[in-house]
Design a protein around this ligand. Structure first.
Ligand SMILES: Nc1ncnc2c1ncn2[C@@H]1O[C@H](COP(=O)(O)OP(=O)(O)OP(=O)(O)O)[C@@H](O)[C@H]1O
Ligand SMILES: [Mg+2]
Length: 476
């Protein structure tokens, strides 16, 4: 009967070989010396491998031997005092170089202990050829509110496999959420294990940049503790959120980031507030042009913006791909508070006019420095012209799961954009897509009270243009 290898199912035609190891008799002293040397080498290797345990232990032992209890106790007390001084003197460097590295070591031990069951139950352990292969936990780094785990994936896995198991992993590690990103090298994934919630508290107004950087406007805080920066160049911005979700705070955060440019004339903001000026009217001084009651006037404003786009396109054709704003040739920002009111509730003729100029503005305006920021409550097709005309989309709290797909497209909710689960108690929290990151980022926009908006509008009032000449300060 032919022999068959049971694992691979291959035929083995040759007969198995019988090999006997020869017996060598050694004197006992040689065996004991060999074991002793092996044990010594292993101890040395382990002592070097776990230097962060053996080093301090050796130091404490030496202090105890030389000075008695006073030695180690004095050292520990001194370190605690120095740590407290560092913490109160310069908290950020203490966290970065002192606390987080120590916490990272500790947490690495904790993650390692739970790693095997976590990978097995999340179905990220792979069974192959009779073996179970686990993703390797390479590094753990602690950051404010989150741990960063660098994982070497099993061959054949992709970061999306980890993203799909994110909720399971979050419960396993006792964290609020887990976010999976591609790692720095192929075959690696970064898991961000979110612990506290830096977005739980309201974010106050951020400092106004002296000169706005149109590629990085600070609008709020990201859930990994970094500042959320919006790139306005080359884009149009859509803000979607149920009533009371905080669409206003996104608009005011953006105007605050641009405020210095508004005062200097580098930016002209045109406001369209079809709700009668209730929202944008508070900061009227920031707007060079404003319309709030008459749908015809709003349609005229959009037509004028389109005329600017067409004039610039003709002028810049073949010269540049991105218009760079100057005081004589500013960046135009068209802010529309309730887009649906313009595109669906106005009378039919005006509606058609608005729809066609808006469509052209959105497609042609972004390269020539005419940008639209539009807020809308309902992302359904009838009210929203075409979401693809808005490369940047900000989704605040939404009422239904299906609306997430209407804003971002397929798959974003599975990758973590749980807009329908944002609590009502946290207005201003939104999901955004970041450049180069396939998973959505949770952010909270800064909140300005009505008083702060009025003060900002007075301080950074737009300079009105009179007879084609910029004048000094004051509202239009
Ligand atoms: N970023 C924020 N941080 C904290 N609270 C906020 C934030 N944004 C809004 N709020 C609170 O939520 C309330 C509603 O916000 P806002 O008016 O901006 O919502 P909205 O989305 O514009 O609603 P609507 O569609 O009704 O106009 C505000 O009065 C404020 O109290
Ligand atoms: Mg509003």
């Amino acid at each position: 009967m032919p022999l068959v290898n049971v694992i691979r199912g291959e035929r083995i035609d040759t007969a198995p070989l019988n090999v006997r190891t020869p017996i060598v008799r050694l004197p006992i002293w040689l065996v004991l010396s060999w074991w002793f040397l092996k044990g010594l080498a292993l101890t040395l290797v382990l002592a070097c491998r776990y230097w962060y345990v053996t080093g301090p232990a050796a130091l404490l032992l030496w202090l105890y031997v030389d000075f008695g209890w006073l030695g180690p106790v004095g050292l520990v007390a001194g370190l605690i005092c120095a740590g407290c001084g560092w913490h109160f003197g310069h908290r950020s460097s203490f966290l970065r170089w002192g606390w987080f590295p120590v916490l990272g070591r500790w947490r690495r031990g904790v993650y390692r202990r739970r790693w095997h069951p976590a990978m097995a139950t999340a179905k990220l352990a792979v069974s192959f050829d009779g073996h179970t292969v686990l993703p390797v936990l390479k590094r753990v780094r602690c950051r404010p509110g989150c741990d960063e785990l660098l994982v070497r994936m099993v061959t054949g896995q992709i970061p999306d496999d980890f993203a799909a198991a994110a909720e399971r992993l979050a419960h396993t590690f006792g964290a609020r959420a887990v976010k999976a990103l591609p790692g720095p090298r192929y075959g690696e994934a970064l898991l961000l294990v979110m612990r506290g919630d830096p977005l739980a508290a309201t974010v106050g107004p951020l400092p106004v940049p002296d000169v706005p950087d149109f590629t990085a406007l600070p609008l709020g805080i990201r859930e990994d503790g970094e500042i959320y920066l919006l790139c306005l160049f080359g884009t149009q911005v859509l803000i979607v959120g149920a009533t009371g979700a905080g669409k206003g705070s996104v608009i005011w955060s953006l105007l605050r980031a641009l405020a210095a440019g508004i005062r200097s004339g580098l930016v002209q903001v045109w406001g369209l507030d079809p709700k009668g000026g209730m929202e944008l009217g508070i900061g009227l001084d920031l707007f060079t042009r404003f319309a709030c009651k008459n749908a015809e006037a709003m349609a005229d404003m959009l037509d004028e913006a389109l005329a600017v786009v067409q004039e610039r396109t003709a002028r810049l054709m073949g010269l540049t791909r991105q218009h760079i704003p100057t005081v004589d040739d500013p960046l135009y920002l068209i802010v529309i508070d309730e887009l649906a009111a313009l595109t669906s509730y106005a009378d039919r003729k005006t509606k058609e006019r608005i729809k066609s100029s808006l469509g052209l503005l959105l497609t042609q305006g972004r390269a020539v420095g005419v940008h639209v920021v539009a807020a809308i409550q309902d992302p359904r097709k009838e009210t929203l012209p075409d979401r693809n005309l808005f490369p940047t989309r900000i989704a605040l709290r939404l009422s239904e799961e299906s609306e997430v797909e209407m804003v971002f497209g397929k798959g974003m909710r599975d990758r973590g954009a749980l807009c329908d689960r944002i609590p009502m108690a946290t207005p201003g929290v939104a999901f955004v897509a970041l450049d180069g990151d396939p998973t959505p980022m949770r952010v909270r926009f800064s909140f300005l009270t009505d008083r702060q908006i009025r003060t900002m509008a007075r301080t950074y009032a737009a300079r009105p243009v009179i007879d084609g000449q910029w004048t000094e300060g004051g509202a239009a």
